[in-house]
Design a protein around this ligand. Structure first.
Ligand SMILES: C[S@@+](CC[C@H](N)C(=O)[O-])C[C@H]1O[C@@H](n2cnc3c(N)ncnc32)[C@H](O)[C@@H]1O
Length: 259
């Protein structure tokens, strides 16, 4: 075969191979790589450092009997970490690419059976089934969610990375130093308090409770004396001090029993 024909045939063959390789590369699924700070619907994506994810779940004392929901779940790390502890968990995330990434991550970690992800707007999501809510949002978003959170079942635990809930003070705050190479190393925990404000006739006398979130003030009228009280609600449990004595009790529907 003359050299010029051999060269042309070789060039054509090479072009055919290149076209086939290009078509193959275009067909192969691209791995979605999120970038820190990328836009989100209401909040950008910044991942919670793994050490703080662990701390947040520790503070909430999650058990396999819980149901964790992460509002704005990003790459799924909190949900996946909970699932690895045997706790069923669900992530709510607006960005569909992040949802798919989370599902792949859960699959890779072998916890897809316990970790689910929903493409949804957290403001339109019913999270009343959650016993633990985790979030890394912003103070104004926390505040917007607050009325809905305060209507959750008493005892529901809320854990936020760094951001507060305005004048609803956290029940617990913890900062992790070791292995937290970021500005986001503080976790805050709130326990949804039962609504206990009001007046009660109890075995000890007349009790009037004034409630501000989990804090209690008011009076106990007992043995002809009116004593000022200070205390706290923890889920359905109440505890207060009046006249140098400590009282503990539990709310049961509309009744309150002191021990
Ligand atoms: C700061 S990142 C936190 C991600 C994850 N929770 C974590 O701690 O690693 C906030 C996430 O909320 C998502 N997001 C923002 N607005 C949202 C909305 N309205 N509904 C659902 N997700 C939202 C963003 O896409 C982002 O992934």
């Amino acid at each position: 075969m003359p050299a010029v024909i051999r060269r042309t045939a070789f060039t054509l063959l090479l072009a055919a191979f290149s076209a086939a390789a290009l078509a193959q590369a275009q067909k192969a699924p691209k791995t979605y790589e999120p970038s820190v700070g990328q836009e989100g619907k209401d909040v950008v994506w910044v991942p919670t450092p793994q050490v703080l994810v662990d701390k947040m779940l520790d503070m909430a004392k999650v058990t396999p009997g819980d149901f964790v929901m992460d509002l704005g779940s990003g790459d799924g790390r909190t949900v996946i970490t909970a699932a690895k502890r045997g706790v069923p968990a669900m992530g709510i995330e607006y960005n569909p690419d992040m949802v798919e990434l989370s599902k792949r991550n859960a699959e890779r970690e072998g916890v897809a059976g316990r970790a689910s992800f929903m493409k949804a707007d957290l403001f339109e999501t019913d999270f009343s089934k959650a016993t633990v809510i985790t979030m890394f949002l912003l103070p104004d978003i926390n505040l917007k969610l607050r009325p809905k959170i305060l209507d959750l079942k008493p005892g529901t635990r809320i854990v936020s990375n760094t951001f507060t809930m305005a004048d609803w003070e956290p029940d617990q705050t913890a900062t992790v130093d070791a292995d937290c190479h970021s500005s986001w190393c503080t976790a805050l925990l709130w326990i949804v308090p039962a609504k206990v404000g009001g007046s009660y006739k109890i075995a000890q006398g007349d009790l009037t409770l004034k409630q501000t979130f989990q804090k209690l003030s008011g009076t106990l009228r007992t043995e002809g004396k009116t004593l000022a009280l200070e205390g706290k609600v923890n889920g359905e449990e109440i505890a207060f001090k009046a006249g140098g004595r400590e009282y503990r009790g539990k709310v049961n529907g509309k009744t309150l029993e002191l021990r």
